[in-house]
Design a binder for this molecule. Sequence first.
Ligand code: ADP
Ligand code: MG
Length: 350
Amino acid sequence: MLKFENVTKMYKKGVKAVNDISLSVKEGEFIVFIGPSGCGKTTTMKMINRLIEPTEGKISINGENILDKDPVKLRREIGYVIQQIGLFPHMTIEENISLVPRLLKWSEADRKNRAAELLKLVHMDPSYLKRYPHELSGGQQQRIGVLRALAAEPPLILMDEPFGALDPITRDGLQEEFKKLQKSLGKTIVFVTHDMDEAIKLADRIVILKDGAIVQVGTPDEILREPANEFVEEFIGKDRLVQAKPNVQTVEQIMNANPITITADRPIKEAIQIMKHHRVDTLLVVDDSRVLKGYIDVEIIDHTFKKSTYVGDIIKSDIFKVKRDTLVRDTIHSILKRGIKNVPIINEKD
Ligand code: ADP
Ligand code: MG
Protein backbone atom coordinates (compact mmCIF):
# COMPACT_ATOMS: atom_id res chain seq x y z
CA MET A 1 0.00 0.00 0.00
CA LEU A 2 2.85 2.31 0.95
CA LYS A 3 6.23 1.86 -0.66
CA PHE A 4 9.61 3.50 -0.12
CA GLU A 5 12.21 3.03 -2.84
CA ASN A 6 15.72 4.19 -1.98
CA VAL A 7 14.44 7.28 -0.24
CA THR A 8 17.04 9.78 0.95
CA LYS A 9 16.59 13.21 2.49
CA MET A 10 19.36 15.76 2.85
CA TYR A 11 18.53 19.03 4.56
CA LYS A 12 22.11 20.15 4.16
CA LYS A 13 24.40 18.99 1.39
CA GLY A 14 26.12 15.77 2.36
CA VAL A 15 24.18 15.23 5.62
CA LYS A 16 21.60 12.48 5.19
CA ALA A 17 18.74 12.78 7.67
CA VAL A 18 17.18 9.77 5.92
CA ASN A 19 19.55 7.46 4.12
CA ASP A 20 18.42 5.15 1.32
CA ILE A 21 15.29 3.65 2.88
CA SER A 22 13.41 0.93 1.00
CA LEU A 23 10.34 -0.69 2.54
CA SER A 24 6.88 -1.96 1.58
CA VAL A 25 3.96 -1.56 3.96
CA LYS A 26 0.94 -3.81 3.47
CA GLU A 27 -2.64 -2.66 3.66
CA GLY A 28 -3.94 -2.88 7.23
CA GLU A 29 -0.46 -3.26 8.64
CA PHE A 30 0.69 -1.53 11.83
CA ILE A 31 4.29 -0.46 11.18
CA VAL A 32 6.33 1.12 13.94
CA PHE A 33 9.45 3.16 13.16
CA ILE A 34 11.75 3.27 16.13
CA GLY A 35 15.16 4.73 16.80
CA PRO A 36 16.97 7.25 18.96
CA SER A 37 16.30 10.97 18.71
CA GLY A 38 17.55 12.47 15.46
CA CYS A 39 17.56 9.19 13.49
CA GLY A 40 15.12 10.52 10.88
CA LYS A 41 11.71 9.33 12.11
CA THR A 42 9.89 12.64 11.82
CA THR A 43 11.57 13.41 8.51
CA THR A 44 10.25 10.10 7.14
CA MET A 45 6.71 10.88 8.29
CA LYS A 46 6.84 14.38 6.80
CA MET A 47 7.92 12.94 3.46
CA ILE A 48 4.96 10.55 3.39
CA ASN A 49 2.68 13.47 4.15
CA ARG A 50 4.44 15.61 1.53
CA LEU A 51 5.28 18.30 4.03
CA ILE A 52 8.80 17.87 2.66
CA GLU A 53 10.10 16.11 -0.45
CA PRO A 54 12.74 13.39 -0.69
CA THR A 55 16.11 14.47 -2.10
CA GLU A 56 16.34 11.11 -3.84
CA GLY A 57 14.12 8.07 -4.29
CA LYS A 58 10.39 7.56 -4.49
CA ILE A 59 7.47 7.11 -2.13
CA SER A 60 4.26 5.69 -3.57
CA ILE A 61 0.79 4.98 -2.24
CA ASN A 62 -1.13 2.23 -4.02
CA GLY A 63 1.38 2.37 -6.84
CA GLU A 64 1.16 6.13 -7.43
CA ASN A 65 4.14 8.37 -6.72
CA ILE A 66 2.97 10.79 -4.03
CA LEU A 67 4.64 13.65 -5.90
CA ASP A 68 2.17 13.04 -8.74
CA LYS A 69 -0.79 13.44 -6.41
CA ASP A 70 -2.45 16.72 -5.55
CA PRO A 71 -0.86 17.63 -2.17
CA VAL A 72 -4.11 18.86 -0.66
CA LYS A 73 -5.94 15.71 -1.67
CA LEU A 74 -3.07 13.59 -0.44
CA ARG A 75 -3.22 15.13 3.00
CA ARG A 76 -6.89 14.30 3.21
CA GLU A 77 -6.12 10.69 2.42
CA ILE A 78 -3.74 10.66 5.35
CA GLY A 79 -4.57 11.12 9.02
CA TYR A 80 -1.69 12.76 10.87
CA VAL A 81 -1.27 12.72 14.65
CA ILE A 82 1.65 14.36 16.41
CA GLN A 83 2.80 14.73 19.99
CA GLN A 84 1.68 18.36 20.34
CA ILE A 85 -1.79 17.54 19.29
CA GLY A 86 -2.87 21.13 18.82
CA LEU A 87 -6.64 21.02 19.19
CA PHE A 88 -8.11 24.39 18.35
CA PRO A 89 -8.87 26.00 21.74
CA HIS A 90 -11.80 28.08 20.54
CA MET A 91 -13.57 25.11 18.97
CA THR A 92 -15.62 22.49 20.78
CA ILE A 93 -14.53 18.86 20.71
CA GLU A 94 -17.19 18.19 18.10
CA GLU A 95 -15.89 20.98 15.88
CA ASN A 96 -12.31 19.82 16.33
CA ILE A 97 -13.16 16.26 15.34
CA SER A 98 -15.18 17.53 12.37
CA LEU A 99 -12.42 19.64 10.78
CA VAL A 100 -11.66 17.37 7.84
CA PRO A 101 -15.27 16.26 7.26
CA ARG A 102 -16.13 19.97 7.09
CA LEU A 103 -13.37 20.58 4.52
CA LEU A 104 -14.79 17.67 2.57
CA LYS A 105 -18.20 19.36 2.76
CA TRP A 106 -19.98 16.62 4.69
CA SER A 107 -23.49 17.60 5.78
CA GLU A 108 -23.88 18.86 9.33
CA ALA A 109 -25.91 15.79 10.30
CA ASP A 110 -23.21 13.45 8.95
CA ARG A 111 -20.49 15.38 10.80
CA LYS A 112 -22.37 15.23 14.08
CA ASN A 113 -23.12 11.52 13.70
CA ARG A 114 -19.51 10.77 12.90
CA ALA A 115 -18.18 12.75 15.88
CA ALA A 116 -20.58 10.96 18.24
CA GLU A 117 -19.70 7.58 16.77
CA LEU A 118 -15.97 8.24 17.16
CA LEU A 119 -16.35 9.32 20.78
CA LYS A 120 -18.14 6.07 21.48
CA LEU A 121 -15.17 4.15 20.06
CA VAL A 122 -12.97 5.49 22.84
CA HIS A 123 -15.63 5.11 25.52
CA MET A 124 -16.08 8.81 26.15
CA ASP A 125 -19.45 10.21 27.08
CA PRO A 126 -21.25 12.12 24.27
CA SER A 127 -21.47 15.15 26.59
CA TYR A 128 -17.78 15.78 25.86
CA LEU A 129 -18.71 16.86 22.32
CA LYS A 130 -19.86 20.24 23.60
CA ARG A 131 -16.79 20.85 25.75
CA TYR A 132 -13.69 22.84 24.86
CA PRO A 133 -10.17 21.32 24.79
CA HIS A 134 -9.07 22.99 28.05
CA GLU A 135 -11.90 21.16 29.81
CA LEU A 136 -10.31 17.80 29.01
CA SER A 137 -7.32 16.00 30.55
CA GLY A 138 -4.13 15.57 28.51
CA GLY A 139 -5.00 11.94 27.81
CA GLN A 140 -8.50 12.85 26.66
CA GLN A 141 -7.16 15.60 24.41
CA GLN A 142 -4.77 13.13 22.85
CA ARG A 143 -7.66 10.70 22.25
CA ILE A 144 -9.53 13.48 20.47
CA GLY A 145 -6.43 14.17 18.38
CA VAL A 146 -6.45 10.54 17.28
CA LEU A 147 -10.19 10.68 16.54
CA ARG A 148 -9.71 13.84 14.51
CA ALA A 149 -7.22 11.98 12.32
CA LEU A 150 -9.70 9.11 11.89
CA ALA A 151 -12.73 11.29 11.22
CA ALA A 152 -12.90 11.17 7.43
CA GLU A 153 -11.76 7.53 7.33
CA PRO A 154 -8.36 8.07 5.70
CA PRO A 155 -6.86 4.78 4.50
CA LEU A 156 -3.46 5.70 5.94
CA ILE A 157 -2.70 7.12 9.37
CA LEU A 158 0.65 8.56 10.44
CA MET A 159 1.37 8.97 14.12
CA ASP A 160 4.54 10.70 15.30
CA GLU A 161 5.14 9.94 18.98
CA PRO A 162 1.45 10.57 19.69
CA PHE A 163 1.55 9.35 23.28
CA GLY A 164 5.01 10.66 24.11
CA ALA A 165 3.89 13.52 26.31
CA LEU A 166 1.51 11.49 28.48
CA ASP A 167 2.10 10.00 31.89
CA PRO A 168 2.84 6.24 31.81
CA ILE A 169 -0.56 5.10 33.11
CA THR A 170 -2.55 7.17 30.62
CA ARG A 171 -0.16 6.10 27.91
CA ASP A 172 -0.57 2.39 28.69
CA GLY A 173 -4.34 2.75 28.60
CA LEU A 174 -4.33 4.62 25.30
CA GLN A 175 -1.94 2.17 23.69
CA GLU A 176 -4.18 -0.77 24.46
CA GLU A 177 -7.28 1.08 23.42
CA PHE A 178 -5.66 2.19 20.22
CA LYS A 179 -4.37 -1.24 19.28
CA LYS A 180 -7.89 -2.64 19.65
CA LEU A 181 -9.30 0.23 17.64
CA GLN A 182 -6.78 -0.32 14.85
CA LYS A 183 -7.62 -4.01 14.67
CA SER A 184 -11.31 -3.32 14.36
CA LEU A 185 -10.91 -0.52 11.79
CA GLY A 186 -8.24 -2.30 9.75
CA LYS A 187 -6.37 0.91 8.85
CA THR A 188 -2.78 1.03 7.68
CA ILE A 189 -0.76 2.80 10.34
CA VAL A 190 2.76 4.14 10.39
CA PHE A 191 3.62 4.92 13.98
CA VAL A 192 6.79 6.56 15.30
CA THR A 193 8.23 6.11 18.76
CA HIS A 194 11.55 5.93 20.57
CA ASP A 195 10.05 3.61 23.19
CA MET A 196 10.69 -0.11 22.61
CA ASP A 197 7.94 -1.20 25.00
CA GLU A 198 5.44 0.80 22.98
CA ALA A 199 6.76 -0.63 19.70
CA ILE A 200 6.52 -4.21 20.92
CA LYS A 201 3.02 -3.68 22.21
CA LEU A 202 1.62 -2.12 19.05
CA ALA A 203 3.57 -3.24 16.00
CA ASP A 204 2.88 -5.88 13.42
CA ARG A 205 6.37 -5.05 12.18
CA ILE A 206 9.07 -2.86 13.68
CA VAL A 207 11.52 -0.84 11.58
CA ILE A 208 14.65 0.06 13.51
CA LEU A 209 16.42 3.20 12.32
CA LYS A 210 19.90 4.44 13.06
CA ASP A 211 21.40 7.59 11.53
CA GLY A 212 18.64 7.69 8.93
CA ALA A 213 19.12 4.12 7.73
CA ILE A 214 17.15 0.95 8.38
CA VAL A 215 19.05 -1.42 10.65
CA GLN A 216 16.44 -4.15 10.96
CA VAL A 217 12.83 -4.87 9.98
CA GLY A 218 10.82 -7.64 11.61
CA THR A 219 7.96 -8.65 13.83
CA PRO A 220 8.50 -7.84 17.52
CA ASP A 221 9.12 -11.51 18.08
CA GLU A 222 11.74 -11.74 15.34
CA ILE A 223 13.55 -8.69 16.60
CA LEU A 224 13.60 -9.90 20.18
CA ARG A 225 14.77 -13.34 19.16
CA GLU A 226 17.34 -12.32 16.62
CA PRO A 227 18.55 -8.74 17.07
CA ALA A 228 20.53 -7.90 13.91
CA ASN A 229 23.44 -6.37 15.77
CA GLU A 230 24.65 -4.84 19.02
CA PHE A 231 22.88 -1.56 18.37
CA VAL A 232 19.52 -3.37 18.24
CA GLU A 233 20.38 -5.43 21.33
CA GLU A 234 21.30 -2.25 23.16
CA PHE A 235 18.06 -0.69 22.05
CA ILE A 236 15.97 -3.66 23.17
CA GLY A 237 17.63 -3.34 26.54
CA LYS A 238 20.00 -5.70 28.25
CA ASP A 239 17.64 -6.38 31.12
CA ARG A 240 14.94 -7.97 29.01
CA LEU A 241 13.77 -11.22 30.41
CA VAL A 242 13.97 -14.61 28.94
CA GLN A 243 11.11 -17.03 28.87
CA ALA A 244 11.45 -20.75 29.05
CA LYS A 245 8.73 -22.79 27.48
CA PRO A 246 8.58 -26.46 28.28
CA ASN A 247 7.69 -28.57 25.32
CA VAL A 248 6.77 -32.22 25.13
CA GLN A 249 9.06 -34.41 23.17
CA THR A 250 10.28 -37.93 23.56
CA VAL A 251 13.93 -38.69 24.11
CA GLU A 252 14.05 -40.08 20.62
CA GLN A 253 12.71 -36.88 19.13
CA ILE A 254 15.25 -34.85 21.03
CA MET A 255 18.10 -37.02 19.86
CA ASN A 256 16.86 -36.83 16.27
CA ALA A 257 16.82 -33.04 16.49
CA ASN A 258 20.61 -33.00 16.87
CA PRO A 259 20.51 -31.06 20.09
CA ILE A 260 23.41 -29.09 21.41
CA THR A 261 24.55 -30.05 24.89
CA ILE A 262 25.07 -27.53 27.63
CA THR A 263 26.07 -27.95 31.25
CA ALA A 264 23.55 -26.91 33.85
CA ASP A 265 25.87 -24.45 35.59
CA ARG A 266 25.85 -21.99 32.68
CA PRO A 267 23.63 -18.89 32.75
CA ILE A 268 20.56 -18.99 30.55
CA LYS A 269 21.86 -16.13 28.42
CA GLU A 270 24.78 -18.31 27.34
CA ALA A 271 22.36 -21.08 26.49
CA ILE A 272 20.53 -18.66 24.25
CA GLN A 273 23.70 -17.51 22.55
CA ILE A 274 24.68 -21.09 21.88
CA MET A 275 21.24 -21.91 20.51
CA LYS A 276 21.32 -18.87 18.26
CA HIS A 277 24.81 -19.60 17.06
CA HIS A 278 23.96 -23.18 16.14
CA ARG A 279 20.46 -22.27 14.98
CA VAL A 280 18.82 -24.91 17.16
CA ASP A 281 15.83 -24.57 19.45
CA THR A 282 16.55 -27.50 21.70
CA LEU A 283 19.25 -27.93 24.29
CA LEU A 284 20.16 -31.07 26.14
CA VAL A 285 21.10 -30.14 29.65
CA VAL A 286 23.84 -32.11 31.30
CA ASP A 287 24.30 -31.88 35.03
CA ASP A 288 27.57 -32.81 36.75
CA SER A 289 28.82 -33.50 33.25
CA ARG A 290 27.03 -36.81 32.93
CA VAL A 291 23.36 -36.90 33.87
CA LEU A 292 20.82 -35.71 31.39
CA LYS A 293 18.33 -33.62 33.30
CA GLY A 294 16.10 -32.26 30.63
CA TYR A 295 15.96 -29.70 27.95
CA ILE A 296 14.45 -26.29 27.41
CA ASP A 297 13.04 -24.16 24.67
CA VAL A 298 14.12 -20.61 25.23
CA GLU A 299 12.71 -17.41 23.81
CA ILE A 300 13.33 -13.80 24.67
CA ILE A 301 10.22 -11.74 25.21
CA ASP A 302 9.53 -8.32 26.48
CA HIS A 303 9.17 -7.92 30.22
CA THR A 304 6.24 -5.54 29.83
CA PHE A 305 4.04 -8.49 28.97
CA LYS A 306 4.31 -9.43 32.61
CA LYS A 307 1.73 -7.02 33.91
CA SER A 308 -0.49 -6.89 30.89
CA THR A 309 -3.43 -9.02 29.91
CA TYR A 310 -0.99 -11.39 28.29
CA VAL A 311 -0.31 -12.79 31.73
CA GLY A 312 -3.31 -15.07 31.43
CA ASP A 313 -2.10 -16.46 28.15
CA ILE A 314 1.36 -16.95 29.48
CA ILE A 315 0.16 -18.96 32.41
CA LYS A 316 -2.18 -20.92 30.21
CA SER A 317 0.51 -21.79 27.75
CA ASP A 318 2.90 -22.84 30.49
CA ILE A 319 5.35 -20.11 29.78
CA PHE A 320 7.15 -18.25 32.47
CA LYS A 321 10.06 -15.94 32.74
CA VAL A 322 13.50 -16.09 34.21
CA LYS A 323 16.24 -13.53 34.43
CA ARG A 324 19.00 -13.79 31.85
CA ASP A 325 21.55 -14.51 34.55
CA THR A 326 19.65 -17.45 36.00
CA LEU A 327 21.58 -20.67 35.68
CA VAL A 328 20.20 -23.30 33.38
CA ARG A 329 19.96 -25.68 36.37
CA ASP A 330 17.83 -23.22 38.34
CA THR A 331 15.64 -22.61 35.33
CA ILE A 332 14.78 -26.29 35.13
CA HIS A 333 14.25 -26.44 38.87
CA SER A 334 11.84 -23.53 38.78
CA ILE A 335 9.93 -25.13 35.92
CA LEU A 336 9.51 -28.18 38.16
CA LYS A 337 8.74 -26.20 41.30
CA ARG A 338 5.88 -24.38 39.61
CA GLY A 339 4.31 -27.69 38.83
CA ILE A 340 4.14 -27.06 35.14
CA LYS A 341 3.24 -30.29 33.50
CA ASN A 342 4.89 -31.98 30.58
CA VAL A 343 8.41 -30.86 31.25
CA PRO A 344 10.45 -33.66 29.80
CA ILE A 345 12.90 -34.88 32.35
CA ILE A 346 15.16 -37.49 31.00
CA ASN A 347 16.00 -40.06 33.62
CA GLU A 348 19.36 -41.71 33.82
CA LYS A 349 17.86 -44.99 32.74
CA ASP A 350 16.49 -43.36 29.58
P1 ADP B 1 13.71 12.13 14.81
O1 ADP B 1 12.27 12.44 14.52
O2 ADP B 1 14.06 10.70 14.62
O3 ADP B 1 14.14 12.60 16.15
P2 ADP B 1 14.28 14.02 12.66
O4 ADP B 1 13.70 13.40 11.46
O5 ADP B 1 13.49 15.11 13.30
O6 ADP B 1 14.64 12.89 13.73
O7 ADP B 1 15.72 14.59 12.31
C1 ADP B 1 16.69 13.83 11.61
C2 ADP B 1 17.93 14.67 11.39
O8 ADP B 1 17.63 15.74 10.51
C3 ADP B 1 18.46 15.30 12.66
O9 ADP B 1 19.86 15.30 12.59
C4 ADP B 1 17.93 16.71 12.60
O10 ADP B 1 18.78 17.60 13.26
C5 ADP B 1 17.89 17.00 11.11
N1 ADP B 1 16.81 17.92 10.75
C6 ADP B 1 15.50 17.75 11.00
N2 ADP B 1 14.77 18.77 10.49
C7 ADP B 1 15.66 19.62 9.89
C8 ADP B 1 15.53 20.84 9.18
N3 ADP B 1 14.35 21.41 8.96
N4 ADP B 1 16.68 21.43 8.73
C9 ADP B 1 17.89 20.85 8.91
N5 ADP B 1 18.07 19.68 9.58
C10 ADP B 1 16.97 19.07 10.06
MG1 MG C 1 10.77 13.25 15.75
